[in-house]
Design a protein around this ligand. Sequence first.
Ligand code: PAN
Ligand code: ZN
Length: 194
Amino acid sequence: MPPFATPPISPLSITFDGQTGTMSPEGPVLTRRMSDLAGLFADTAAWEAAVADGDPVVYQVASSPVPEAEGELPQSITTILPGTVAGEFHMTKGHQHPNPQGEIYLGLSGTGGLLLFDGERPQWIDMAPGVIGYIPPGWAHRSVNTGDEPYRFLAVYPGNAGHDYGWVLANGMGHRVYRGEGATPRFEPFTATP
Ligand code: PAN
Ligand code: ZN
């Protein structure tokens, strides 16, 4: 076997269901509840009330069996359930890749957006089924469900990129995303969570 192959992964076919967010064969499945999103929503009292009121699931990440290892290209499907915390849309924690590398997202079902931040400039990409969102190296990224049904997307990223969540806790994402008039989200400048 040439040195660039990473045993024991062999070529494989992965089927996925864009309506349920499942993959087969399936690797780890991660569940993020409201309590896992400490320090991220602006309204701490509303976040605490949601945690006390059943600590609902905010999103799930289902991964394929491809490992996060150098040279591999792992994939995962994220499902963000609809809802807000005092008007601020349900969202992922958001992270930087400490080993700066690009990533692609493909919208599968529902509607949402990709909030990107390079430390100075916030950027927004509207996401829907059939849209590819490209995340260049060095841009922190967070996904937001801006609709009334689950928002799902497929992510493909380099296996040695890593995930740094502390960077977003320290620096924010430039904007906060709130339910606005009609289908258009309302953006507000980032304020630190009290
Ligand atoms: C995605 C994210 C996934 C969950 O697979 O990891 O949507 O978001 P958080 O990792 O911010 O909780 C990705 O960008 N991977 O690199
Ligand atoms: Zn990422």
